[in-house]
Design a protein around this ligand. Sequence first.
Ligand SMILES: Nc1nc2c(c(=O)[nH]1)N[C@H]1C(S)=C(S)[C@@H](COP(=O)(O)OP(=O)(O)OC[C@H]3O[C@@H](n4cnc5c(=O)[nH]c(N)nc54)[C@H](O)[C@@H]3O)O[C@H]1N2
Ligand SMILES: Nc1nc2c(c(=O)[nH]1)N[C@H]1C(S)=C(S)[C@@H](COP(=O)(O)OP(=O)(O)OC[C@H]3O[C@@H](n4cnc5c(=O)[nH]c(N)nc54)[C@H](O)[C@@H]3O)O[C@H]1N2
Ligand code: SF4
Ligand SMILES: [Mo]
Length: 727
Amino acid sequence: MLFGRKKKNPIKIADKGVAEWKYATCGYCSVGCAIEVGVNKDGEPVTTRGVGSADVNRGKLCIKGLTEAQIFKASGRGAEPRVRSKIFEDWQETSWDTALDKTAEEFKRIQAKYGRDSVAVVSTGQIFTEEFYTLGKLVRGVIGTNNYDGNTTLCMASAVSGYKRSFGSDGPPGCYGDFEHTDCLLAFGSNLTEQHPIIYWRLKEALEKRKFPVIVVDPRVTMFAQFADMHLPITPGTDLVLLNALAHVILDEGLQDEEYIKRSCNGYEDFKELVAQYDPVTASKICGIDEDTIRNVARLYANAGAAMSIWTMGINQSTHGSDGVCAINNLNLITGNIGKPGGTSLSITGQCNAMGTREWSSCSGLPGYRALENPAHREEIGKFWGVDPEFFPKKRGLFQTDIFPAIETGQIKALWIIATNPLTSMPNSARIRKTMEKLEFCVVQDSYEDVETAQYAHVYLPASIWAEKTGCFTNTERRVNLTRPIVKPYGNSKPDQWIFNQLAKRWEQGQKMNFPEETSDVFEEMKLLSKGEGRTLDITGMSHEIIEKKRGVQWPMREGDEEGTPRLYTDGVFQFPDGKAKLLSLPYVENNELPDDDYPFWLNSGRVVEHFHTRTRTGKVGNCNKFSPTPYMEMNPDAAEELGIEHMSYVRLVSRRGDAVVMVQLTQRVPYNMVFIPFHFHDCVNRLSLGLLDPHSRQPAFKQCSVRIEYTDQKEAARLNAEMRAF
Ligand SMILES: Nc1nc2c(c(=O)[nH]1)N[C@H]1C(S)=C(S)[C@@H](COP(=O)(O)OP(=O)(O)OC[C@H]3O[C@@H](n4cnc5c(=O)[nH]c(N)nc54)[C@H](O)[C@@H]3O)O[C@H]1N2
Ligand SMILES: Nc1nc2c(c(=O)[nH]1)N[C@H]1C(S)=C(S)[C@@H](COP(=O)(O)OP(=O)(O)OC[C@H]3O[C@@H](n4cnc5c(=O)[nH]c(N)nc54)[C@H](O)[C@@H]3O)O[C@H]1N2
Ligand code: SF4
Ligand SMILES: [Mo]
């Protein structure tokens, strides 16, 4: 007898004519899925599939990975370098030599006239680690400006700063495998289901084998929140209060791991005094989570054999982002949940190589987690590169979010933008536009020439994308994985590594230094710098070949090691000189733009699964774009009814910075006094956002601003929206 499915026609997958499968790491997000791109007999990429033997994704991919073969030849790819003497004038196609000569000449001219730091460099989390290392060498050792940072200031800066303040070093201590050992998972401001679908799938797999409570803290009822056992709809920007209150209950009820605290932590006495002020009753009035829930969660977490916390942008993008991260670390330290299977404090990172830039780009210091502030590090790197250590600045320069104001005030005159699109992704875009107009010279290096920021460039450099070149990304769990060239670079575009090397040659100092051509040689050079007693970031046991064979390896992997290392701080010894972590006392200060009579709605922003950031890629992939082709906002139906606003109608949003027109999607996902807008669309949510900065990490509070909703002419709005769609 035949049963159910067998009777039906099996699903037929169209034969795409794959002649060969080629190995890479997905170029979108920090999950780090191992992917194979299928190319046909003419060498054209036609499809992708997940790699079954890769520990990260075990054969799976999300919608972006599944459609990634389409991005190589998507519209808007840059094929030739371009120059022009004034912004907004017509571009002229030119040779690489002319474009690079002009770039070097302008940098030199401006530095000679206004000083070395008048040239700023803003990079990314989306090029290879070897490319980051080379860029750092060029900027720190040759060009010599201290105003060098990346878009990671919009993204992971609070996590970096929090790890450093708590543990003495950056580097997420846990791994995805922790889901298989944990007895309680607490997730703050992370919509894992949509933003890291394959990590979410790993979590689901773990839960199928063994049930444990999942608690999601998010003001929205995200897909992740729907799936959780408990959802804590926190008042925006107040996670620190909740975290202090959780610690209060744990200490009050004696649930802490006293032995671990004594052995591995400093600052306990002050910490006790501070959290004593955050009793659940007082805290609940600020963070909006009732006192019993606070007590329950505290008990669940502290009594679990192993408990772990994960977080993403709901924490990092806040005026207390860095403090929020430290408070999560505090919670894990007092319960002894660091470095043990299932017990960790794991920042879920963002871009495919958000980690690589932290490790090796020299953005915030010198390569391999070295600091400009440390004379021994300056000496060591100076010697290694052949640069006078006196050439290096003695402390880090401006963050990305301080570079733009410094252009506004005239301290910075030239800007080099690499693989990021600040015109769409920075808060308060009207101000960014005005700021960019003040530049004497701007160069944009991007794989797509239609990237909005190029409107303000004098030189455009077309970069090869992801699997047109070779190199490594590091994922959320410190796993280094390799990408091989699957197709030839598009048009006359060049790998970022090549561009950096060619530019270096245009300085005398650059000619004296070693800039290897092959990224595998760059990797070997980085290995030499990763060697050393007590270094966590040790990759001496890796090579491109080993990484590919193992489908990714987690650092540290020391010379002679057979495998990478899944967890850090397993011995309870941290990276401060006395080996102890810091319990930090973190008072909450209210400083957000709160809703009021004039601007009565919280403006929250974030992402959706089908789009990646400013849509230079997913906006052109039919199967991604069709799900959300136009700017829209989630709004609560009760609030809409009161204002007489209908589903799918257009409204004009107004903040103290500007306005934006969006289509209304009515949904109970957002509370009555909040709207949520995916930030993927140009001239949309960031025209409205304020972006107050975290004092430690300088990361903007993208998710906590206020707006009012106004009616708008429906026909005019529809026309505007159609324009948005027309890529
Ligand atoms: N599909 C897709 N995946 C991506 C990306 C993408 O663009 N598209 N981008 C990648 C990158 S670079 C990043 S950084 C990650 C981001 O990944 P996530 O941080 O998970 O994504 P977001 O949607 O920005 O924000 C997550 C949640 O924070 C919540 N939130 C807002 N305010 C608060 C608050 O005060 N407290 C708390 N607890 N939560 C709050 C929001 O309601 C939102 O649901 O995603 C990565 N993955
Ligand atoms: N309102 C609001 N704003 C936000 C956020 C939010 O949640 N809300 N999130 C913030 C966060 S977390 C992030 S990470 C930022 C992201 O903001 P951006 O970094 O500005 O966004 P992307 O679209 O990822 O820009 C990356 C660019 O790099 C190009 N590119 C890709 N690969 C390569 C390559 O190999 N070489 C070169 N040269 N170019 C390449 C792409 O074409 C693209 O133009 O946005 C931030 N802005
Ligand atoms: S989860 Fe991230 S790394 Fe994996 S396929 Fe999707 S976008 Fe790529
Ligand atoms: Mo990000």
